[in-house]
Design a protein around this ligand. Structure first.
Ligand code: AHG
Ligand code: MN
Ligand code: MN
Length: 339
């Protein structure tokens, strides 16, 4: 039996530090956490309850949906729609925003989420996760439109992810500091196990899908080639590489032991500026990474400052330990200056 601080206790204690806080936000966070526990349970039971495999549908981005993508999306909608804290939701798995149904009270927050990140890992029993971001609905707006979601990441009130790995963890930031909690399955409570997570500034570990090497832009290729050259190369040290194929897993590793993660622009499909989605993946993860002392950029700009143009917008993502991300930024500016 673990008798540490529970996530519920942690967020209520945080709330007490904010004069005039109504408890609305605390309660919203608790509901998000409950939704993640439900998804965790379905992920754990896997094929016993027939949730593995592909559904016969595609999402708005033309990606084949897994059964668990749809189930997790549904869990979030059903867990959150009645609570009275939200004005609307948006998800990677839905074409349009999801307004709160008329029979329920509306709240002042907007929720965006990637219900199941790393879908290609489901059927092979590897780590997957959920990513979420909380925004404020613009003042006085009761029935938000897509436009109301298009706020830069700097406006996020909170962001977090659940990682369904060997243990289920929930990592959360409200802007100041990042805290990690582990699910005690026996009592169904998240317990604070990773207080104040900080990303080490230097690292010798990178994560990128190397099979796209020939499609990358020159600055990314230069950076990775220099890492691979190791002790004999310009960096004068050896690097290690990892690829979990679930951004939640990559970010979690980086929060734990440092590193750099890249899903950069590549020339496979020139109509796509990147693979990862700004509102459901890049913004919440950038908020977490920056709150833990790391950096997150597209190559040329800070992700959190991008003005979104659509809820499903994609962006290149380069994030992690400060010194390495700064170096990649520098390679981008050198390439731009040379051109
Ligand atoms: P999702 O399962 O939500 O579509 O996201 C998967 C993303 C991201 O989490 C991961 O880093 C990347 O796609 C993996 O892409 P590759 O299969 O191209 O390596
Ligand atoms: Mn994802
Ligand atoms: Mn997903």
């Amino acid at each position: 039996m673990h008798n540490g601080t529970s996530l519920t206790q942690f967020i209520i204690e945080q709330q007490r530090k904010i004069p005039g806080a109504t408890g609305d936000f605390t309660s919203l966070l608790n509901d998000v956490v409950a939704a993640c526990k439900t998804i965790s349970h379905a992920v754990n039971r896997g094929d016993l309850i027939g949730v593995l495999g592909t559904a016969e549908s595609e999402n708005v981005q033309g990606e084949v949906q897994k059964k668990l993508d749809i189930i997790s999306n549904e869990v979030f909608l059903k867990s959150m729609e009645w609570t009275g804290h939200l004005a609307a939701m948006a998800s990677e798995e839905m074409d349009d925003i999801y307004p709160i149904p008329a029979q329920y009270p509306k709240g002042k927050y907007l929720l965006t989420f990637d219900p199941l990140d790393g879908s290609s890992n489901i059927d092979i029993n590897m780590s997957v996760g959920t990513i979420f971001s909380i925004l404020r609905a613009p003042e006085g707006v009761e029935n938000p439109t897509e436009q109301d979601f298009l706020q830069p990441g700097t406006e996020q009130v909170a962001a977090g992810y659940a990682l369904y790995g060997p243990s289920t963890m929930l990592v959360l930031t409200c802007g100041h500091g990042v805290n990690g909690f582990t699910l005690d399955q026996g009592v169904g409570e998240f317990i604070l196990t990773h207080p104040d997570m900080r990303i080490p500034e230097s690292t010798q570990e990178f994560a990128i899908n190397m099979s796209n090497h020939r499609f990358w832009a020159e600055p990314v290729r230069r950076y990775v080639d220099e890492c691979i050259a190791g002790e004999e190369g310009p960096r004068g040290k050896n690097f290690n590489m990892r690829w979990v194929a679930a951004m939640v897993g990559e970010v979690h590793r980086i929060l734990t032991r440092g590193g750099i993660f890249m899903y950069p622009w590549d020339s496979r499909d020139p109509s796509k500026p990147g693979k990862l989605r700004l509102m459901y993946e890049a913004n919440p993860m950038s908020m977490i990474v920056e709150a833990a002392g790391g950096m997150s950029i597209t190559g040329t700009e800070r992700i959190l400052e991008i003005r979104p143009e659509g809820i499903h917008q994609r962006v290149p993502v380069i994030l992690g330990s400060k010194e390495e991300v700064e170096r990649v930024a520098q390679y981008h500016s050198e390439a731009a200056a040379a051109a």
